[in-house]
Design a protein around this ligand. Structure first.
Ligand code: FES
Length: 94
């Protein structure tokens, strides 16, 4: 099995401009929680959609099994428990 390669990226909080670093071995959800953002979550495997978070800029690297292709194409939400970012910065609405 091929492991997905994780690269670090930054999350920017749309409302405040705060930047949060997401390390290569860390999930976006963990980085947000460590920064004090209380994101609801359940499965942590990209299945349930509980953690769904709005995206205002950048392009998510979707690794969930929850969003449809059309929802991914809309580029307005991602699941931070497992998904990452294709762009160096992902701007989110939390
Ligand atoms: S916690 Fe279930 S999809 Fe993220």
């Amino acid at each position: 099995m091929t492991e997905a390669i994780n690269t670090p990226f930054e999350i920017e909080i749309a409302a405040t401009g705060q930047r949060i670093a997401v390390g290569a071995s860390q999930t976006a959800l963990a980085a947000l929680q460590a920064a004090g953002f209380d994101i609801p979550m359940s499965c942590e495997q990209g299945v349930c959609g509980t953690c769904l978070t709005g995206v205002k800029g950048g392009v998510p690297d979707h690794r969930d099994h929850f969003l449809t292709d059309a929802e991914r194409a809309a580029n307005d939400a991602f699941t931070p428990c497992c998904s990452r970012s294709q762009t160096p910065v992902l701007i989110v609405d939390v």
